[in-house]
Write a new protein. Structure first.
Length: 285
């Protein structure tokens, strides 16, 4: 976000390529040094991974594109729509069931997002479209990742590594065809040490974000991972009101943000009490 704000970086897809390259390099070197383990490539890998690579690149492109179109607080608010989508996809794809208290908490977050977004005075149709697509891709990515990270199959490192390997070349091709790559290579701040440092740091943090998300999904549910991220992002929204410079205050928007936070805290409280453990057919057996 701050690369786009401070330096007006015009190429979100190029940044995504950098994050994929960082993921491949870090995991490959770690595998060579026997720090991490994942299966070597064979013809069964694409079948095991599908449709994660397609979701992965869609998530990257829509997420990085939306950050440059919306104010920071509104971006974090609209990202809350990922939560009910994750809940729905877990029920449909993974067959999970959640108690009513959890569902009410989720829809409290959604209600807050509706209230806040409805009062946004800086409405941007393109930005809203990108961020809602990003919500859908993020929800699908979380649910399918939970399904694919079985240690007997690819494992969490294998999912991260082969996702990046399969999609880095198509992403480069798309970047060339849309002019994104040309804009990135001709960007004026490549001689700016501060920009280069922040770009490389963003690539590294992109890998760490993906890894921590997969790790959280491994030990919890995809829904819990999404809600925890939403609670974190609310704090960013509050900070953006003070230092972002692009927040337009309104009473409804502020109320909506606080409803989102209340719903997220309620979900966390229920999780800590152990009431959010999903039940699946056959659990009792």
């Amino acid at each position: 976000k701050y690369l786009f704000m401070l330096f007006s970086f015009p190429s979100p897809m190029f940044l995504g390529i950098g994050q994929m390259a960082a993921t491949i390099l870090i995991l490959y070197v770690s595998k060579l040094n026997k720090i991490v383990h994942f299966p070597d490539f064979d013809k069964s890998i694409p079948v095991k991974l599908f449709p994660l690579p397609l979701i992965y690149v869609g998530n990257h492109i829509s997420g990085l594109s939306s950050t440059s179109k919306l104010s920071l607080p509104m971006f974090t608010v609209l990202r809350k729509f990922t939560i009910p989508l994750t809940l729905l996809l877990e029920i449909i794809i993974l067959g999970k069931r959640y108690p009513l208290s959890i569902i009410v908490s989720v829809f409290a977050i959604l209600l807050g997002a509706f209230i806040a977004a409805g009062s946004d005075l800086s409405f941007n149709l393109e930005g809203y479209t990108f961020v809602l697509l990003n919500d859908l891709f993020t929800a699908a990515n979380g649910v399918y990742t939970k399904q694919k990270i079985d240690p007997k199959e690819l494992g969490k490192y294998g999912v991260l590594f082969y996702n990046a390997c399969f999609m880095v070349v198509p992403t480069v091709i798309i970047s060339f065809s849309t002019g994104d790559f040309h804009q990135a290579t001709h960007f004026q701040h490549w001689t700016n040490v501060l920009f280069v440092f922040q770009f490389l740091l963003s690539c590294l943090l992109g890998f760490l974000l993906m890894y921590s998300t997969v790790l959280c999904s491994h030990y919890n549910s995809a829904l819990t991972t999404t809600v925890v991220g939403a609670i974190k992002n609310i704090s960013i929204a509050y900070i953006g009101m003070l230092i972002g410079g692009d927040y337009i205050f309104s009473v409804l928007n502020f109320i909506g943000l606080n409803i989102c936070m209340a719903g997220g805290l309620r979900y966390s409280f229920l999780t800590l009490r152990g009431n959010s453990k999903p039940t699946q057919p056959g659990d009792e057996e």
